[in-house]
Design a protein around this ligand. Structure first.
Ligand code: BYC
Length: 315
């Protein structure tokens, strides 16, 4: 068995060669716990993220819109499952991670603590929230940890469809009646700033970035990703005929990027501390759904036990 120093050297060499760390490879404890924290938070976000959009399934304006929304929300559940499976390769179970979320020891994305007040919010979530998620996740397809990187490839493909459907909802509304256009603008006004906050605190205040970038878990910093996102959505908003609610948004020819106005980081901190508009409702719903699903989990365990006894008696 090689010494720890030799294993650590191999780990660093794998990162330096831009190759993947796999579950059975040696890894520093900090690398493992950082991945568990990030992947679990990501998984919880996918699962909690079903609530704001699920709120509109029964009120979607047509059968076609309803079918698309049901498929999208189911995709989010699937993403949660891939991600819990990726976390399990690091030696922690999905049940443990669920308990940590329910106890308030792990987080989910700040964005899901805002309400979906109108149908246009479903469009704004698809365009902005899924758009921000893709911007963040495309570099994660090159994350140094194999199971996470591979999960991201499929998730990104599905998120691209989600973003298109959200954009198309907003396009239809913004090219409809004046009331529909006003509804689309109102949704954009409410979701724009929280979607910029999704990328996390500014680089100077990001506690984990430097370490995560050195380990090639994160490939781009929070501010770099936020900038990419702003640059992407400015022309898209123009095509929609909607106005991004930032009077300071201007093209900076020197930098070759858009400059945006200041983000209200106090609001972000408030939401992270549990005081956003929907934090309590989201967690209450999540805990209740989990408790109500206990009989399904018990039945699945009993069935698996029965099947394994049958398999032994046949053998
Ligand atoms: N919300 O050092 P930092 C989706 C926390 S949704 C809550 O920069 P890191 C979907 C952070 O955890 C997207 N907390 O952290 C779309 C840390 O707290 P602790 C889900 C946040 O990890 C549509 C502290 O602030 N995507 O997919 O280096 C429908 C300091 O931050 C947030 C992911 O999760 C936030 N927005 O960078 C349904 C992507 N931002 O743990 C679903 C994977 C920061 O020290 N995650 N914090 O107490 C990441 O890429 C990174 O974790 C982040 C943060 C960029 C989010």
């Amino acid at each position: 068995m090689p010494e720890t120093a030799e294993l650590a050297e191999r780990f660093e060499a794998t990162l330096a060669a831009d190759q993947r760390i796999e579950p059975r490879d040696w890894m520093p404890e900090g690398y493992r716990t950082t991945l568990i924290r990030q992947i679990a938070q990501h998984a919880h976000s996918e699962v909690i993220g079903m609530q704001p959009e699920g709120n509109w399934i029964s009120r979607a304006p047509s059968l076609k819109r309803k079918a698309i929304l049901v498929a999208k929300v189911q995709d989010e559940a699937g993403h949660g499952l891939y991600l819990y499976s990726a976390a399990e390769t690091l030696g922690v179970s999905r049940a443990e991670l669920t308990d940590l979320l329910h106890d308030g020891q792990q987080k989910y994305s700040s964005i899901f603590n805002y309400p979906t007040l109108t149908w246009a919010d479903v469009g704004a979530i698809g365009w902005l929230v899924d758009g921000a998620a893709i911007t963040n996740q495309i570099p994660l397809c090159r994350c140094s940890y194999g199971p996470y990187a591979r999960a991201m490839v499929r998730v990104c493909k599905e998120e691209s469809f989600h973003q298109r459907q959200g954009y198309e909802i907003l396009y239809t509304l913004s090219h409809g009646s004046s009331r529909q256009k006003a509804m689309a603008q109102d949704a954009l006004d409410r979701w724009y700033w929280p979607s910029l906050m999704m990328f996390g605190p500014p680089d100077a205040e990001s506690t984990h970035s430097a370490r995560s970038m050195a380990w090639r878990i994160k490939r781009l910093s929070n501010d770099e990703l936020r900038q990419r996102f702003v640059d992407m959505i400015v022309p898209q908003a123009e095509a929609l005929g909607l106005t991004l609610p930032d009077p300071q948004l201007t093209w900076n020819a020197e930098r070759g990027h858009y400059d945006h106005g200041p983000i209200d980081w106090e609001e972000f901190t408030r939401v992270l501390r549990g005081h956003g508009p929907c934090n309590a409702a989201r967690m209450e719903h999540k805990r209740r759904a989990h408790a109500e699903g206990a009989w399904v989990r018990d039945a699945a365990v009993a069935y698996a036990a029965k099947r394994s006894v049958e398999a032994v008696s046949v053998a």
